[in-house]
Unconditional design. Structure first.
Length: 245
């Protein structure tokens, strides 16, 4: 049995991932943006799931969330599922929060970050980036390129941790919308599988996955120069750097 935290798990892919892992017998901790949102998880809470609460767009709440998580940890796996598709919170939620939680929490054995095939449209350019969310300086595609490059950087810098990025596909969640053409079940299976599998193909860190198959990401993802620029920019904004290996 593994201890697994899934962020953004009140609905959609996060909830399906948490429920699948719970059904497999793992100890699961879910995450909600507010205590009110926990009502959507009551059936899972009744089955023994624990919860952490915090708005990933709010820096102080992210700090508290890291503390809450460590109080319930240590975790074998953290799945950074939470995300938003538009608005000024795109960078704080999709990139800054995963970075800061990773840097501040006790290090797990596995880390999974939700990417998107839209990361291929992202720009590997950090000039003038505003991580604070006071304005929308970057697109959703940019944010997914950044978090995918971050995952690749972690795989390089933390060799003892198994790190992956996952494209769940365009699935009919609240974010994806009713017109999404991909399979919702396929959308959550890969991250749940990567959290626990002993398949040798999945035990190679730093890969980019779609429906349990590896794919080549945007060229900038494995550009170490871009990775370092990204890490330095996030460290300067958050005041926390990644601990050495």
């Amino acid at each position: 049995m593994s201890a697994i935290l899934v962020t953004g798990s009140t609905e959609g892919l996060g909830r399906h991932t948490a429920e699948a892992l719970l059904d497999q017998g793992h100890r699961v901790v879910v995450h909600a943006r507010t205590t009110t949102r926990l009502t959507a998880l009551q059936d899972l809470l009744d089955r023994g799931v624990q919860a952490v609460v915090g708005d990933l767009a709010d820096h102080e709440q992210v700090l508290d969330l890291a503390h809450q998580a460590d109080e319930l940890g240590p975790f074998d796996v953290v799945i950074h599922n939470a995300g938003v598709i538009r608005g000024p919170s795109v960078l704080p939620v999709n990139v800054v929060a995963p970075y800061e939680l990773t840097a501040r929490m006790e290090r797990p054995g596995r880390l999974v970050y939700l990417s998107s095939d839209m990361h291929y449209r992202g720009r590997a350019d950090l000039a003038g980036v505003d991580w604070s969310g006071s304005g929308q300086s970057r697109s959703y595609s940019d944010s997914k390129l950044y978090v995918t490059a971050f995952a690749a950087a972690l795989a390089r810098l933390w060799p003892a941790v198994l790190v992956h990025a996952v494209d769940p596909g365009w699935v009919p969640t609240r974010m994806g919308g009713p017109g999404a053409t991909d399979d919702l079940r396929e959308g959550h299976l890969t991250q749940a599988w990567l959290a626990t599998t002993d398949d040798p193909h999945a035990l190679v860190s730093g890969r980019y996955w779609h429906h349990q198959h590896t794919q080549e990401p945007h060229l900038a993802v494995h550009d170490e120069g871009f990775q370092e620029e990204l890490l330095e920019s996030l460290a300067a904004h958050t005041g926390v750097t990644l601990a050495p290996r």
